[in-house]
Design a protein around this ligand. Sequence first.
Ligand SMILES: Nc1nc2c(ncn2[C@@H]2O[C@H](COP(=O)(O)OP(=O)(O)O)[C@@H](O)[C@H]2O)c(=O)[nH]1
Ligand SMILES: [Mg+2]
Length: 252
Amino acid sequence: MAVLGDSMAEQKTSNKARLSAGSAAPAAQLPEADPAKLALAWTHTARFLTTAAQLDQLPVTELPEIAFVGRSNAGKSTAINMLTQQKRLAFASKTPGRTQHINLFELGPKLQANALFADLPGYGYAAVARGAKLRWQKVMADYLNVRRSLTGVVMMVDSRLGFTDLDRQLLSFVAPRLSNGAVKLLVLLTKADKLTRAESNAALASAQAELGEITTDEADVGMTLFSALKRTGVDDAAQVLHGWVLTARLGE
Ligand SMILES: Nc1nc2c(ncn2[C@@H]2O[C@H](COP(=O)(O)OP(=O)(O)O)[C@@H](O)[C@H]2O)c(=O)[nH]1
Ligand SMILES: [Mg+2]
């Protein structure tokens, strides 16, 4: 498991090694280019494609797809807007838990999209009725199980709260594909600006412990502290997602 950035000093060497290995191919072709800038230029191309109320409304696609998941209010919309450097791409809602839709965004050159972002419904909003919760579970489980083009999952976890039962449940839906490396995982520990340094390290350690079970040799699991306010983790996260898409080979 990789902890990105320099938030834990003792992890620094292995992080750098992992990041440079992941970006070796494009850097060789463009020796002058800064991988973080390339990644951010790519995430910035994100534009709305379509919205689906049900799984069978999702377009069939060969493009690698990255799903954004998280408990309502975890900072998912804010993180998507930060990563894409667009103020209102994902709507930061004041009434969480309302929408059960999957919003798809397209990335890459206009006539030659090379990836999709899928903004999945937020979960865990207390006021949602039991029927809606069961429907949510089914949509998420089905999507994570059967979406063939799914390449990676970005999970937003509020760094002050840590993993909730619904986060664990969601990870269990996709655990088989995470364990064998078919689907990659990046956990963003959000709102890190609200933590002291000691609290940040504790949040990272506890998230690492949570992810221990799915972290096999084949699994590609990363995490980083993330703050929209301080821009923590934005460059690293963009590079990880860009790396996933550059190395994605569908059908594996
Ligand atoms: N301090 C701080 N607040 C944040 C951060 N990210 C999101 N928030 C706040 O957390 C609340 C929920 O954010 P939102 O992106 O709508 O969460 P979502 O429900 O997961 O999409 C909003 O009031 C945001 O302004 C952050 O990095 N730092
Ligand atoms: Mg939102």
